[in-house]
Design a binder for this molecule. Structure first.
Ligand SMILES: Nc1ncnc2c1ncn2[C@@H]1O[C@H](COP(=O)(O)OP(=O)(O)OP(=O)(O)O)[C@@H](O)[C@H]1O
Ligand SMILES: [Mg+2]
Length: 255
């Protein structure tokens, strides 16, 4: 499991994460909702060790990762698959090389094994035979599925998804959601999804949390979240501008 306590991150002159506590249990699909600019991507980057926190602890399967040497962190990172926001792929690499990337970097699999695995994972996401294509020749929905295949290819215990369905049409969103549920069953993993899409959250999550001002202000199982009287949750679900939460534009640091 992942246990996060008092997590803090200071960026662009403010505390983006400000004492965040959450436990992510084995085999659950935990979805973190939150407005734009609230720090959802920053949270995921801290979990993977891509960003170092300025306070607090992150314990993954009994190992405190915030103090680890690069080498030991690398070992933990083999347990974590990440699908980045926008499903970013390497545009100059073929689909096959994109999916193989993590396996080449993090495992000692032979060339033959890697190419077998690439084929298998592309099949799992419904993209068999696309190994030699370049990402630019695929639709956004297909690219998102390649990113998914890349995230699962190293057989991680944890998969972190940053906005996996944002920008997809409702039908493709549904296809990607079904894929999550299938992968969850087949791969026996723990997933953390970050999104502001309620529909995706309701369809796939076992538990939903809400991030506001650097803290988790609510975390309930999906049914309880939907029915919650928590004023933050009610405001987020209804998309009401009046309530305890104020909108951030997420761009303050750039402007
Ligand atoms: N590398 C960075 N350097 C400086 N500031 C950053 C950096 N990354 C994020 N921030 C700032 O931290 C805040 C939270 O950003 P983050 O990307 O985590 O938001 P988010 O919740 O993922 O938003 P969105 O829903 O738009 O993706 C923003 O104000 C952003 O400008
Ligand atoms: Mg983000």
């Amino acid at each position: 499991m992942i246990r996060v306590r008092g997590l803090k991150k200071h960026l662009a002159g403010k505390w983006v994460l400000n004492g965040l506590d959450i436990d992510i249990m084995d085999r659950e699909i935990f979805t973190l909702l939150g407005g734009s600019g609230e720090g959802k991507s920053v949270f995921l980057k801290n979990l993977t060790g891509l960003m170092k926190p300025d306070g607090g602890t992150i314990n993954i399967d009994g190992t405190e990762i915030t103090e680890l040497s690069a080498k030991k962190l690398h070992k933990i990172q083999t347990q974590i698959g990440m699908m980045f926001q926008g499903g970013a792929l390497f545009d100059s690499m073929t689909v096959g090389d994109n999916v193989a990337f993590g396996m080449r970097r993090l495992t000692d699999y032979s060339r033959e094994k890697i190419s077998r695995m690439v084929k298998k994972y592309l099949e799992m996401v419904g993209l068999d035979g696309t190994e030699d294509k370049l990402p630019e020749s695929l639709s956004i929905g297909m690219r998102r599925r390649v990113a998914l295949a890349r995230a699962i290819a190293t057989r991680p215990r944890y998969i972190l998804y940053d906005e996996p369905t944002t920008g997809l049409d409702p039908i493709t969103t549904d296809v990607v959601c079904d894929l999550f549920l299938e992968l969850q069953k087949e791969l026996d993993v723990t997933s953390v999804i970050v999104t502001h899409d309620l529909k995706t959250a309701y369809k796939v999550s076992s538990r939903i949390g809400l991030l506001y001002e650097g803290k988790i202000v609510a975390a309930y199982d999906t049914e309880s979240f939907r029915k919650s009287d928590n004023p933050y949750v009610k405001q987020f679900i209804r998309g009401n501008r009046n309530g305890p939460m104020k909108a951030k534009n997420g761009q303050e640091s750039v402007l």
